[in-house]
Each structure stands twice: as C-alpha cells, then as structure tokens.
Design a protein around this ligand. Structure first.
Ligand code: 13P
Length: 247
C-alpha cells in the first residue's frame, strides 16, 4: 500500500516540517507502507537532498516551462535535481485556479520527459444521476494517457479525487461501494487506453477526506493501491493512525 501525503499549503513552520518528516521516516521503516511526501517547493528543497530513508518526494505541481526567463516558475528539472521522483499533476485545487485538462495532459508528458512519475489527479466536481461523472473521469484519463507513448503509460499513478469529497471529514467521503465501482471503471478505461496488463499494474489511489475512521474500509472494499491524503497527512496523530491502519 502507498500513502501520498499532500501537505498542500498547510505546513509553514520549519519545526513542523522536520517533525512530519521524522514521523514519515519512522513509519516507513516500521511498516510495509510506502510513503511519498509532497511538501511545498522550498520544503522539498530542504528535505529531499538530505533524505536518508525510503520516503520519496513529490512536487505538488510542476511548471510547463523549461529553464529560462520565467520568473516564479518551478520547473520539473529543478524538482528532479533536488531528489523529487514524483509530481502531482492536475490537482483539482490547481484546476480551480485555471489549469485546463489540456494543460494537465501536457504536464503529464513533461513530467515523464523529466524523469518524474506523474500522480495524475482525476475526478468529477459532482455526482449526477445520469453517469456524466464517469465521462469526466474518462476524459481526464484519455487526455493524460494519450499525451505519452504507450510504453510509458504504466508509469502513471492515477489518483481518483472526486472534488466534492475533498477537504471534508470521513463521513462526507466516498462510500466503499462507490469507490469500488470507480476503481473498476478506471481500470477498464486504462485497459482500453493501454493494455489489460498495464491497467492491472497501474497504481490507483483514492483521495478525498481520508481519515483514520474510513481508510481501512476503503482499502479493504475496493481495488485501490493506496491513498492521496490532504489534511490528515499534516496531523501527526492522524497520519500515524492512517499508516498503521494500512500496515
Ligand atoms: P483531504 O484529504 O484534505 O480531503 O484532501 C484530499 C486531497 O486533495 C489530496 O490531494
């Protein structure tokens, strides 16, 4: 099982950064759960080059630019040079600030070209009764996978994050049945876009109000390989409980 801790902009104090990293290190050596930390860019620059553990690092986003006169952009190559090996791409909080599906697809290709494994976020804004939410997820997957060569497609990690379930509490998160259905649907679409073998090998995560109360049920009742966690990943007690629940 894999947990990706998306610290978003929650963590600002240096002491807190150090404590959360130390906890992740401890948990990753004490359990079989793989942990990827996605801190902000300056924090990644502080932690990743000193990393002596199995904890891996992800950027929260990458710029589409390459090196040059682009004030304020943080490039994929700069993240990779610090030791990041993953990047979140197309998070709904970036899309809410104007990132389009096309841009997300370009970022997937750009991440792969720069040696970063994309953690592609897909997910509908709301659930309708006609099943349009399935078409939303399909369009996200098609755009992203078609941006890269077929042989690279198994490298993408897919994080299903329904926007309506993000930043709430466990009782507003997705039900086990709905997640099980969506995980199957994602694997079906992945098989259509690549091969059944690639689809089965692809890491599929769920994100959206994952807390100690619901993580075990979601893991046991659906075909996901782990979780992309926001607010509970920056609370040491909750984060430790999440990892222990999966181990
Ligand atoms: P929450 O776990 O805070 O709902 O956030 C989910 C998320 O957006 C992770 O990327």
């Amino acid at each position: 099982m894999l947990i990706v801790a998306n610290w978003k902009a929650y963590v600002e104090e240096r002491e807190r950064v150090k404590k959360l990293y130390a906890l992740a290190k401890r948990l990753t050596s004490a359990t079989k759960v793989a942990i990827i930390l996605a801190p902000s860019a300056p924090q990644l620059g502080f932690l990743a080059p000193r990393n002596t553990s199995k904890v891996a690092f992800a950027a929260q986003d990458i710029s589409l630019t390459t090196g040059g006169p682009h004030t304020g952009e943080v490039t994929a190559a700069a993240f990779a040079a610090l030791g990041a090996t993953y990047t979140i791409v197309g998070h709904s909080e970036r899309r809410a600030k104007g990132e389009t599906r096309e841009t997300t697809a370009q970022k997937v290709a750009h991440a792969v070209a720069n040696g970063l494994t994309p953690i592609l976020c897909v997910g509908e804004k709301e659930r309708d009764t006609e099943g349009r939410y399935l078409a939303d997820v399909r369009a996200d997957l098609e755009g992203a996978l078609e941006s890269i060569a077929p042989k690279e497609r198994s490298r993408i990690i897919v994080a299903y994050e329904p926007v309506w379930a993000i930043n709430k509490t466990f009782d507003d998160a997705i039900s086990v049945t709905d997640l099980a259905e969506m995980a199957l649907y994602i694997r079906k679409v992945l098989a259509e876009l690549s091969t059944a073998k690639t689809s089965a090998k692809t890491t599929v995560l769920y994100g959206g109000s994952v807390e100690p109360e619901n993580i075990r049920g979601l893991a046991a009742g659906s075909d996901v390989d782990g979780f992309l966690v926001g607010h509970a990943s920056v609370d040491p007690v909750m984060f430790a409980a999440l990892v222990k629940a999966l181990s």
